[in-house]
Design a protein around this ligand. Sequence first.
Ligand code: 13P
Ligand code: SF4
Length: 368
Amino acid sequence: MSALDSLLQDQTLLPDYYKNQSDNALIRQISTIKKDLGSHLYLPGHHYQKDEIIQFADDTGDSLKLAQLSATNKEASYIVFCGVHFMAETADILTDEHQQVVLPDMRAGCSMADMANYAQTEVAWEALTEQFGDTIIPLTYVNSTAEIKAFVGRHGGACVTSSNAKQIVTWALKQKKRILFLPDQHLGRNTAHDLGIPLDEMIIWDPIAGKLEETDHPEEVKVLLWKGHCSVHENFRMEHVKQLREKEPDRRILVHPECTWEVVQASDDAGSTSYIINQIKNAPAGSKWAIGTEMNLVRRLIQDNPHLDITSLNPYMCPCLTMNRIDLPHLAWSLDQIVKGSPVNTIRVPITVAKDAQKALQRMLSLV
Ligand code: 13P
Ligand code: SF4
C-alpha cells in the first residue's frame, strides 16, 4: 500500500492528548505498559529509528534480521513494529493468525516501495515475457508492498534484502537466464556487478513510460532493473565523494548499496545497515569514517563511538522522513490502545495476497 493510500484509509489520527504530553510523561507511560504487557508485546526497531524509539526496542536489526525475528516469535500477541509499512506487512505475513501487528503511525511508508505498484508490474511482466519468453525470474527487495511480493511469489521468485542480495541473485540466475529486479535499480545493479555481471548486460525497465531502455544486444541482457530508488540514499552523490577524497584522503567511505553504482564504486566499502554497524564496531580507535546511510543511524554511530571520527558522507543529510514518523506520542498512543483492547493502526495483509507473498519471503529465508 502506498503512503497516500494509508493516509486516505479510514484511520484514527493521533489524539491531541499525546501531542500535549512531555517526553518524560510519554517515556513513563510507555515503560509502564511495556512492563505490564511483558512477553505479550514484542517491539522490533529498525536501525533507522530515532533514539527515543530505539530505547524501547526489544530487538534492533536490519530488514533481514527483523523479518527472521518476526517469523520466529510465537509468543507475543502484539508486535508493535517500529519501522516502515513494508516491514510491518512482512511481519504480519510471517506471524501467526493470533498475532496482531501494529504500525504506530500509518504514514510511515517508504518512497522506494511506492515506486512499484501491482498494475505497473503486470504491464512490465507481460511486455518482458513477450520479448524474452520464459527466461525471467522476478526478485523483489523487501522494500516493496505485499502485493509486489505476492506477484514475485506467484512467479517462482523470491525476496531479497541488502544483506543477502548476492546469495539470492546467485540462486535466481541458476533458475532462469534473466532476473527482473524490483524496485531498487541501485541495489540490483550493485549486486549484479559484484557478482561479475557487466553493466551492459543490465537494462532499465521504466514503469512510468512502460518500456525498456533501448539495447542493440537484447540476447545478452541478464538483469532487468526496475527504475526505482531510495530518495534518501540518492542524496549521496559523486561530488560528496570527490570533495572528501580531496580534503581527507585517509577517511574511509562506507555506504549502503541503495546508493548509486558510481558512489558505491568510488567508496571503500558498501553493505547493509548491520554490515555498516559491524564495520564500525570493529574499527581501530582513531580511524576516520564517512558513512553514506540514513542520518538517525549515522548520529547513533557517532554518539556510541567517541573513539572514532565519524561523519556523514553528505554533511547536509536529513533522516528518512517516513522512518522518523514513529515517535514517542505515536508509540504511547498505540500501546495505550492495545491496553484498552482496541488497537489502532493494525496491519492486516489480505489472506490471498499474504499466501503468495509468504512464498517469496520463505524462499528467501530458506536460502539464507
Ligand atoms: P537494511 O537495514 O536491510 O540494510 O535496509 C535499509 C533500508 O533502507 C530499510 O528501509
Ligand atoms: Fe525507504 Fe529509503 Fe527510507 Fe529505507 S531509507 S525506508 S528505502 S525511503
